[in-house]
Design a protein around this ligand. Structure first.
Ligand code: NAD
Length: 428
């Protein structure tokens, strides 16, 4: 029997839940919004377009949980705490109608932990539906089945995500941080550490952000600007989760905690844009004459200074070419961005069955111009492998699969290279 999603009960209407509710209502779905207090739901309702509010019913967990019996999809988006999520799911499960599907929007708790001890019907109907913030803007929608989730459940979520919500569906596995955040957070956390020798040698944070921006196809926020957006507090939690859940031997273990200066920022509450006057790696000061001044928190001096222009002198303009440039900027790009490409190329099939899901997740979740494998194709995978070998290391798994398959690129003629060394059609 195929499943149809035409209505959604959203449990927890904070940042993510209100976005999921608003997007679903905008797609013409009936929506139920429940939260701990009526006030919280009323506030969340403001996120729904006025013209869609007739589709929305609101209530609280204590008074109105039984209403979920009338909805096709029960979508949990409450606090990131496994015990709290388990408790809510245990209350919800007996109330949910047969044939409905159920999901968690967790960013990092394994589905097997959330579902532990739940009945068979739950195990068959549950998945992780991982949206990115802000829900209505970000295209990425990661779907993660549990061990017993039936294929029609994933098909129903994929169809709803693509057709009703206009999302880019990515099929991920029940591994820590799924796809987008596994690679994106490796970039950020490894970047903070690997940038240190360059900072010590006098490279500015503005230059580091600029090198790790357009020259490699990333948004202008680069490294520090991106962490300022996300918040050091969130990155700290991500690091702690990685430390516990990364597989043994994963390169990410080296980067699960902050370098000293960043740790001191966290302890001071200097978390990023959310900290306003305290700032993060940068801040904007309002001057008495009404004008604004951009400042940078200098990580070496650990004090504020005026922002400076980045030094991109001589950095090649062609996408990714900086990776092979012999300048300090080129070395930085190779270590931080090249290191992230290497990391990604070692994660098939651990986090995804194929390179297409990885490329899509990174383009849609982090707004890179090209996903890691597309970018490798752009710069030449053979050049990357040669550079890795010149440093005395072995290229990661997918680069070796490509070599064995005779290269020269991961994509050719509408096909992609599989982990099995064969070429498979890229389906839209
Ligand atoms: P939020 O803090 O904005 O909202 C959390 C919601 O949980 C609120 O509605 C709150 O009332 C409710 N809540 C708090 N304590 C509760 C309890 N004891 N029982 C039931 N409900 C309770 O959080 P958010 O950013 O919307 O995150 C929600 C989920 O989505 C989390 O699992 C988070 O990891 C995940 N997520 C967040 C982001 C993001 O960027 N914010 C992105 C992807 C996934």
């Amino acid at each position: 029997m195929s499943r149809q999603i035409e209505s959604v009960a959203v449990l927890g209407c904070g940042t993510m839940g209100s976005g999921i509710a608003a997007a679903s209502a905008a797609a013409g779905c009936r929506v139920l919004m429940l939260d701990v207090t009526a006030d919280a739901v009323e506030q969340a309702l403001q996120a729904v377009d006025e013209g869609d509010r007739h589709l929305v019913r609101t209530g609280t967990f204590d008074a109105d949980l039984a209403l979920i019996a009338d909805y096709d999809w029960v979508c949990e988006a409450i606090v990131e705490d496994v015990a709290v999520k388990q408790e809510l799911f245990a209350r919800v499960e007996p109330l949910r109608k047969d044939g409905s599907v159920i999901s968690s929007n967790t960013s990092g708790i394994p589905l097997r932990d959330i579902a532990a001890g739940m009945p068979d019907r739950f195990q068959a109907d549950v998945a992780i539906t991982h949206f990115f913030n802000p829900v209505r803007v970000m295209k990425l929608f990661e779907l993660v089945p549990g061990e017993q989730t039936t294929p029609d459940v994933i098909e129903a979520f994929a169809a709803f995500g693509a057709n009703q919500l206009d999302k880019g569906v990515v099929h991920a596995k029940d591994t820590v941080n799924f796809i987008g955040n596994r690679i994106g957070c490796y970039f950020m956390l490894s970047g903070l550490h690997l940038a240190k020798p360059f900072l010590a040698a006098g490279m500015t944070q503005e230059t580091i952000d600029a090198v790790l921006g357009k020259p490699v196809g990333l948004p202008p926020t680069g490294l520090y600007g991106l962490i300022d957006l996300i918040g050091l507090d969130v990155m700290d939690l991500v690091g702690k989760n990685l430390a516990v859940n990364l597989p043994d031997g994963d390169a990410g273990h080296a980067y699960t905690s902050f370098p000293d200066a960043e740790q001191r920022m966290l302890e001071r509450g200097q978390l990023g844009r959310k900290s306003r006057a305290l700032g993060g790696f940068g801040r904007v000061q309002k001057l008495d004459d009404g004008s604004k001044k951009k400042e940078t928190f200098d990580l070496v001096a650990e004090s504020w200074r005026d922002a400076t222009a980045p030094d991109l002198d001589g950095v090649p303009a062609d996408l990714g070419a900086v990776l092979f440039d012999d300048s300090p900027q080129g070395q930085l790009a190779w270590q931080v961005f090249g290191g992230t490409l290497r990391y990604a190329a070692g994660l098939v099939p651990e986090i995804a069955d194929d390179i297409v899901n990885i490329d899509n997740a990174i383009r849609w979740g982090f707004n890179w111009a090209q996903g890691p494998f597309e970018l490798l194709d752009t710069v030449g995978p053979d050049r990357v492998s040669a550079k890795i070998r010149a440093e005395g290391a072995e290229p990661p798994a997918m680069l070796q699969v490509l070599e064995d398959a005779g290269g020269p690129s991961f994509y050719r003629g509408g096909h992609y290279l599989g982990r099995d060394g064969a070429w498979h059609p890229v389906t839209p």
